[in-house]
Structures are given as structure tokens and as C-alpha cells.
Design a protein around this ligand. Structure first.
Ligand code: UD1
Length: 360
């Protein structure tokens, strides 16, 4: 019970990573206010997004929710004036790589402009603690493996989505240089997958999934015919792409550790001030074929697939050196690939249409 009732603003809290993080926050006795514009989530029957209705059912705690975009600065100010916020976890962002190449300005306005709005309002209200949801995509094509946090960033970002993550990291760095009262933690996610072990919340992609695990799950449930495996001639153990898949509940717990460091709760007695990045990954890479085979084991279904051309912009292999998070946040990932697939399958089979009542 480390939270001591502290109030955390979670932007994008109705989404995949946000909702799982909120479950843990509430369990650890934090209070939560969510700002989300429902751009990638489903409205529930009451006032809340469906994901948050389920978070409340899971935890027995209340979540205060504002239907608000970060582009609306006046609305953001109202949120801060109505709530005494102690710290912010900032997830809200658009995240489809392909779409970001088609409508880059929308991505820059929302992800970068929205973050600047949020930071300005935080500054005005004297809230100077933030955990930022970043991505291993900032490393581009890795120069070495496993990737450490001091690996160069920004150089190989090939799409606007990835660049927005890099730009916001840099904006946060400049902010800290201008005022050292800020405590800023960047969490660079590798490949979050799986779902809450209850099967009540999980990832609910709009339309055809871009990412591997949701696609496999939809093949397993019979919603998609066949998985295209993008590339089988990489210099990896079996020729397919290798990634560091991390269970969503492990990823969520990384946010609690980061927040603990900013607030000086839990095992860290002092409030951290500074700008610091942490990789959130298991440190282990798995190929696409390994993921397929683990999912088959977890679901007892055969996953039909075919080997096709490489996908533009994909790197052969990417996995984390997660030492810094272990040493400084006392955090490590605990769940393995089979856990990720089993929980993903539980969520998918209990909720064939995700958070929707019926087929989309
Ligand atoms: C992708 C994004 C990355 C983003 C991350 C979010 C691209 C190029 N990169 O990373 O910017 O931060 O998602 O989680 O989109 N694969 C298939 N068939 C599929 C889908 C994927 O074979 O239908 C393969 C890919 O080639 C890759 C692996 O599965 O080797 C993982 O792909 P994916 O889940 O899309 O994640 P990333 O490409 O790592």
C-alpha cells in the first residue's frame, strides 16, 4: 500500500497500457484521475470508457474520468484546478506507425503539441513530476544488442510516430535543464503484449491489428484467416524478426516503480529530481516463429501462417538491457512468453470483440 492516497493524473488512461497501470495504482492505494478523449477506446454503458468500468469492477475502487483531449488546454486547466494532483503518468498519444506516415501533422499536433500543453499546465499548477510513456522505437535500428539506455536515440526513427516519442523526450530534457525542480522519468517500452490475468481487460485494436500478438490472437479465434510473417531471411536463429516481448502487467508495474522514485514512496525515501530513461523489457528476444509456437501451446489452436516479404521499416532484432531498471527502480519483468500468450488468449477468448458487445 505504497500510494498513501496520492492523486495521480493518468492521461490516456482508458487505453491498453493505461488501464493496466491504473489497476495497480488503485491496488497500491493511489487515487486516480483520468483524462482520455476516447480516440482509441470504447464508451461503456455509463459515463466511463468500458475499459475503466472494468477496472472499477476489478478493483472495487472509483476512477474519476474527464473526456478531454490534451489539445484542449482550457479543459486541462479545469482538471488541474478541480483536483490536487501529485504527479502525472502521460500515456495519451496516437500510436499507429503506418497512419503516422499518412497524417504526420495530426501526430505532431496531438503527441507533441498535446504534451507541450500538458507540461505548460503542470508548470502553472506547480506539478513537476512526470512519468512519460516512451518507446524503444527511439533507438531506431540498434547499433548493438542488448540495447542500453545510453544508446543513441532519434537517429534511425523512420516514421513520424517514432519521432514524436523522441521529440517529447528531448522537450522534457530541455524542460529539466531550465528548471531542476522537475522529476522526469521516461519509460522506453519494448513490445508490450498479453492482458490482465483476470481476462477482464486487454488490448482492443481498432480494425486490422498492426502488431504481431493481437494478429495471432485474432487468427486463433477465427477472425482472421492467416498470419503474414514479415521476413524469413533475417540474420536471426530462424530468419524471422526478434523482439523483446513484455507482459503488460510487468510493464504496468514498471510505472509504479518509476512513480515511487518520483514521489519518494516505497523503497525510495527521497523524491527523485532529474531526467532519466529506463528500458522496460525482459532482456530476452523471441522470434516470430517462437511466438506462434508459444501461442499455439497456450491456446491449443493451430495458427495458420505464411512467410512473406519483410515489412518496410522493421529492424531484424531488438531487445533490452534492463539492468538500469533493476538497479535503480528495483524492477524486473517476471512473466515469460507462455504467460503472455496464455493471458492474451484468456482475454481474446472471453472477449472475441474486445470491449465491444458485438462484432465491429
Ligand atoms: C511496432 C512498431 C513500433 C511500435 C511498436 C508498438 C513498426 C515498424 N514498428 O514494433 O514503432 O513502437 O510496434 O508495440 O510498426 N510481424 C509479423 N506479422 C504481423 C505483425 C508483425 O510477422 O502481422 C512481425 C514483425 O515483422 C516483427 C514482430 O512481428 O518482427 C513484431 O512486430 P510488431 O508487433 O508490429 O512490433 P514492432 O515491429 O517491434
Amino acid at each position: 500500500m505504497t500510494g498513501h492516497g496520492k492523486l495521480i493524473l493518468v492521461t490516456g488512461g482508458a487505453g491498453y497500457v493505461g488501464s493496466h497501470t491504473i489497476v495497480l495504482l488503485l491496488t497500491e492505494n493511489y487515487q486516480v484521475v483520468v483524462v482520455d478523449n476516447l480516440s482509441n477506446s470504447v464508451k461503456g454503458n455509463g459515463n466511463l470508457p468500458e475499459s475503466l468500468e472494468r477496472v472499477q469492477a476489478l478493483t472495487g475502487c472509483n476512477v474519476k474520468y474527464y473526456d478531454c483531449s490534451l489539445e484542449d488546454k482550457e479543459a486541462l486547466k479545469r482538471v488541474f484546478s478541480e483536483n490536487k494532483i501529485d504527479a502525472v503518468i502521460h500515456f495519451a498519444a496516437l500510436k499507429a506507425v503506418g497512419e503516422s506516415c499518412l497524417i504526420p501533422l495530426t501526430y505532431y499536433r496531438n503527441n507533441v503539441g498535446g504534451s507541450v500543453n500538458l507540461l505548460e499546465v503542470m508548470k502553472d499548477f506547480g506539478v513537476k513530476k512526470i512519468v512519460f510513456s516512451s518507446s524503444a522505437t527511439v533507438y531506431g535500428d540498434p547499433q548493438y544488442l542488448p540495447i542500453k539506455e545510453d544508446h543513441p536515440t532519434g537517429q534511425g526513427c523512420t516514421n513520424p510516430y517514432g519521432k514524436t516519442k523522441f521529440f517529447v523526450e528531448e522537450i522534457l530534457k530541455d524542460l529539466w535543464k531550465s528548471d531542476q525542480e522537475w522529476g522526469i522519468i521516461l519509460l522506453r517500452y519494448f513490445n508490450p503484449v498479453g492482458a490482465h490475468h483476470s481476462g477482464l481487460i486487454g488490448e482492443d485494436p481498432l480494425g486490422i491489428p498492426n502488431n504481431l500478438m493481437p494478429y495471432i490472437a485474432q487468427v486463433a479465434i477465427g477472425k482472421r484467416e492467416c498470419l503474414n510473417v514479415f521476413g524469413s531471411d533475417y540474420e536471426t536463429s530462424d530468419g524471422t524478426g526478434v523482439r523483446d516481448y513484455i507482459h503488460i502487467e510487468d510493464l504496468a508495474s514498471g510505472h509504479l516503480s518509476a512513480l515511487g522514485k518520483l514521489l519518494g514512496v516505497g523503497t525510495t525515501p527521497q523524491c527523485y529530481k532529474g531526467w532519466r530513461a529506463y528500458n522496460l523489457g525482459t532482456g530476452e528476444g523471441h522470434s516470430v516463429l517462437e511466438v506462434i509456437s508459444a501461442f499455439e501451446k497456450a491456446s491449443q489452436k493451430t495458427i495458420k501462417y505464411k512467410l512473406v516479404e519483410r515489412r518496410l521499416g522493421d529492424v531484424p532484432a531488438s531487445y533490452a538491457d534492463a539492468t538500469r531498471a533493476r538497479e535503480e527502480l528495483e524492477w524486473t519483468a517476471k512473466k515469460n512468453l507462455l504467460d503472455m500468450c496464455s493471458d492474451m488468449w484468456r482475454w481474446q477468448s472471453k472477449n472475441p470483440c474486445g470491449f465491444h458487445q458485438e462484432s465491429k
